[in-house]
Write a protein that binds this ligand. Structure first.
Ligand code: SAH
Length: 230
């Protein structure tokens, strides 16, 4: 069983690579993939680069070329739900694309024919996350994550995404990974630690908290791997 762990940016996978027993770097499709060993687990780790297209390419590559049978995403996100503070963790129950819009044809936002507005993540992986959180005394929120090719630093856009999709957090990769994994029937899980609140200060907060929040998420993923090893 090979497990993929992906992030979007170097900061999101570096804390994971540091914890591996060993890894080998393979270059493919203008990106680097790390074939890693963590105790008895075989992993493929990569950061995709930012946005839905790169994320879809990386998720597809991890599955189709490197044979990943489960995929875990680790990274940072902007908070929508006011209960989410910087450094807090959120697990996606369902994900949607907030910037997908063919409403001119009478369709809802986030929908294209033969697709669906929301894609649901794997319930078994979510349960593992809940068990890990409970044992470690970590607060883990579940909710809807909205994805789009925009860094949101705008209260109006944030409010629109909240209303339209009932979303709790937003980022730029999760839903595209969800579509890939759902199509290829690979169970997936998206974890994000909050780096900012998608408001006027988002750019500044992101730069300040990226490294720490990315590590919070990566550390939790390692705890999930430890649980899988039991
Ligand atoms: N500072 C970076 C760009 C970061 S883009 C640079 O200059 O290269 C933001 C990244 O963090 C994306 O991968 C996205 O998934 C996540 N993210 C965090 N906060 C976000 C927000 N407010 N809006 C959109 N994505 C956000």
């Amino acid at each position: 069983m090979k497990i993929a762990i992906m992030g979007a940016m170097p900061e999101e996978i570096e804390p994971l690579l540091e914890r591996m027993d060993s890894y080998e770097k393979v270059e493919y499709a203008k990106n680097s993939y790390y074939l890693a060993k963590y105790h008895e687990l075989e992993l493929v780790i990569a950061y995709s680069k930012i946005g839905k297209v790169f994320a879809a390419l990386t998720a597809s590559t991890m599955i189709e070329k490197f044979g990943a049978q489960k995929l875990l995403f680790s990274g940072v996100a902007g908070a929508i739900n006011p209960a989410l503070k910087i450094g807090d963790l959120i697990v996606a129950t369902r994900l949607c694309q907030h910037d997908l819009d063919i409403t001119a044809f009478g369709h809802p936002y986030g929908y294209v024919p033969e697709g669906s507005v929301f894609v649901e993540s794997d319930a078994t992986l979510r349960q593992i996350a809940k068990d890990v959180a409970k044992d470690a005394g970590i607060t883990l929120r579940e909710g809807i994550i909205a994805t789009g090719d925009q860094f949101v630093a705008d209260p109006d856009r944030k409010a629109w995404i909240a209303e339209t999709f009932d979303a709790d957090a937003l980022e730029m990769e999760g839903a595209s990974v969800a579509v890939v994994c759902d199509s290829l029937e690979v169970p997936f899980f998206v974890l994000r630690a909050i780096s900012d609140s998608a408001d006027m200060d988002a750019g500044f907060d992101f730069d300040t908290f990226l490294e720490n929040s990315a590590k919070v998420s990566a550390d939790f993923i390692i705890a999930m791997l430890d649980r899988l090893l039991r």
